[in-house]
Design a protein. Structure first.
Length: 91
């Protein structure tokens, strides 16, 4: 993941030269899925950390496209560079 940040240009600047933090993948218990838990988590992160870290970098498996929906809801219309990975973590 850190290697990826070296090669991405975001808003005209290398991502690695901007303030960001990396958030790992999320696993929601089956009893809480579909209740907006992931959306709430991302909203919490945006509210509490965006003033210090305007960018959050995370990885979403191509095997789980539903995980990209909460992130897209938070996007303010800007272009977000993405890299898809397979279940084994390779690009």
């Amino acid at each position: 993941m850190l290697e990826y940040t070296q090669s991405v240009i975001y808003k005209g600047q290398p991502l690695a030269e901007q303030r960001f933090y990396i958030m790992g993948q999320i696993c929601v218990d089956i009893f809480y899925r579909g209740q907006g838990v992931v959306q709430l988590l991302y909203e919490f992160h945006k509210k509490h950390f965006s003033s210090q870290y305007p960018l959050l970098v995370t990885e979403i498996s191509v095997n789980n496209p539903a995980r990209s929906r909460p992130i897209k809801k938070l996007d303010s219309g800007s272009s977000i560079p993405t890299r898809t990975t397979k279940a084994n973590g390779t690009s």
